[in-house]
Design a protein around this ligand. Sequence first.
Ligand SMILES: Cc1ncc(C[n+]2csc(CCOP(=O)(O)OP(=O)(O)O)c2C)c(N)n1
Ligand SMILES: [Mg+2]
Length: 361
Amino acid sequence: MKTLPPIQYLDQEGQPSQPCPEWCNKPDWLLRCYHYMVLARQFDTKAIALQRTGQLGTYASLLGSEGIDVPVALSMKPSDVLVPYYRNHACQIIRGMPLEEAFLYWGGDERGNSSDQMGEDFPNAVPIATQSLHACGVASAFKIRNQKRAAVTFIGDGGTSKGDFMEALNVAGVWQLPVVFIINNNQWAISIPRQIQSAVAQLADKAVAAGIPGIQVDGNDPIAMHEAINNALNRAHEGKGATLIEAISYRLGDHTTADDATRYRSNDELKAAWERDPIKRLRNFLALQNFWDESKEQALLQETHQLVQEAANKYIEISPQKIDSIFDYLYAEPNNQLIEQKDWAIVKAMQGGSHYEGESS
Ligand SMILES: Cc1ncc(C[n+]2csc(CCOP(=O)(O)OP(=O)(O)O)c2C)c(N)n1
Ligand SMILES: [Mg+2]
């Protein structure tokens, strides 16, 4: 099979590698995109700091995926539905999840995954590749109801080896579903490098077996991502079916805060990946277009830092849920064993000095 290079408009220095689309002559979209990419990175830095100081649970860093998630979220319509995996907090935040609720989720509190602002977007899928099939279910509903809406779902490179993903592609193809699959190919599935996950030349080629278009895009190039996602969404909205986008990126951080990537990958590889940093790339392009300068950069860093700091403070002040809430939400009606366990948990919590009374659920 012929392998084409990934679609790219900006090289790693932010210089156009081919003429950019006309909309790039205006600052509007580019500045919004840059704002959210910087905000996402500030959120990420704070989340890791909170985890390292015992104030957040295990956290999956989004570092290196800003150039994918931000253009996708900015291109989706509010009526589209996001079916995320666990690395899409930038997308969720742009689609309305308050920053403090994003912290809350990673703090182990499911109220952060059921925000009022999430509309019909799905909660995070942690079981690998399950979300691909959920997205097909959502897209089927849109098709049956004759609605002009699309489901957008993400998956990692490693996840594309799961049967669920191939089954989802297949049904999306044969039923012509309005769904966009985005692979965040960050080159690693925890400690397993891309080369030994699959013998296929490009993960995008997996679309061939399903009869849907598959394209490979430079995921560190927000302009290329914007073009790719817009085309895919238009296809979906026009009833032309599904698209698979493989976005090439690099996981610049550890897999999660429970991982130490220095044990299995080289510093040289990481250093080379930082040269392709999507934030640096867009900033250079903005400067080239005379849309950006150092004083704007400093103002943005300060503004986003403050937003994140305020959200972190709010998060820390949210009272934990009552210990028994886990039992309340398991079934519509609790059975006898659950009632017994709930009573036991309450007694234990009070013995352990937990402020059981008066906490909000
Ligand atoms: C069904 C299932 N099997 C295994 C895991 C454990 N697990 C969590 S993340 C991960 C690797 C995923 O890598 P990739 O799909 O490349 O996504 P990335 O984390 O790199 O974004 C694995 C195996 C899981 N969460 N679910
Ligand atoms: Mg990966």
